[in-house]
Design a protein around this ligand. Sequence first.
Ligand code: CP3
Length: 358
Amino acid sequence: MSPPLTNDLLLRALERQSVPRTPVWMMRQAGRCLPSYRKLRADRSFLQLCKNPELATEVTLLPVQELRVDAAILFADILLPLEGMGIGFHFDETQGPVFERPIQTARDIQSIRVPDPTEATGYVGDAIRSIQATLAGSLPLIGFCGAPFTLAAYAIEGKTSRSFDRARAFMHAQPDAFSQLVDKMCRTMGLYLESQIEAGVHAVQIFDSWAGWLTPDDFRRYAFEPVEQILEKIGSRTPSIYFAHGASPYLDILQKSSATALGIDWRISLNHARNLFGDRYALQGNLDPARLVGASPESIREGVRQTLTDYGPGPGHIFNLGHGIHPTTPAENARIAVEAVREFSPAFHLSSPVEDPR
Ligand code: CP3
């Protein structure tokens, strides 16, 4: 057991225990919205930052220092473990991820490996240990992985896409081969998250960024159930957050999740989600990230107040955006949102005996 954290608001909220205020962090908080990140990135590639534990530590801590969030998230990418599976890619400055040989046939899937994470992504474990040494028990560290469906979709599509048509066509044309690919992603991510937990993360999030393009039946089969297998593998070792972007059509399926918390995008009101899910899950979300791009400070504060009001009083809310922060967001706007959560949220937790760690 590691010693208690100075600020454990995120972990308390995940367990739906009382808190003096709502904890806040932002998906993609360490990235191009921060001038300090752009400076570090000016003479190196994104992958160089990810694969160098000292630099990854530095980048992980930037939003902690500059935005005053209540949790750090490991600086890495959901695609990193694919390299060790034999699925090569690079990041293009304008296009984002580009795969060298996108998967085209069932045979391509047979040669894909389920690697040992200490060999394939040892630098991630090193980064986690280095971040933990630097955080020195001040805040929780969130680890993460991509969900099997989202990762399979990238590996087939070969690049990012608006609707992943090629990947979905493959899924329908060759369902057995697609299931095998999803299964290999599932096993690799289970081992990968276990290795992050062993290295010391306090919570894990599974990002299913493209699950929202599936029919409800396909969502259950290719997105939800593989994530359930990963959650079963990690068991109760850390709390978990399942974020399926665009999942409003599948709320009845999500009600059976084994995750500790569900990430909610901005298309669902937290009020509706809370009524539906009752007190089975903590809920994370869901300010529209577009509000931070150019709205006035008053409008940002109003958006924060509305999000807190939608969730309502009591524990179990983790304030976040409804998806990743947009890279063109002025850092000042992200700071305004975090400060507004700190200012407004104590009124939603009047009965908490716990002291605000600040
Ligand atoms: O949240 C954090 O601050 C931690 C780091 C993190 C990154 N990517 C860093 C990153 C996390 C948690 C991710 C997750 C991720 N990566 C997702 C899921 C979240 C989501 O937005 O749905 C996805 C789909 C990816 C894949 C990915 N990585 C794409 C499509 C791109 C290109 C588009 C873009 O945003 O640039 C990336 C690159 C990426 N990942 C950057 C960062 C900081 C930008 C790299 C740079 O040019 O400096």
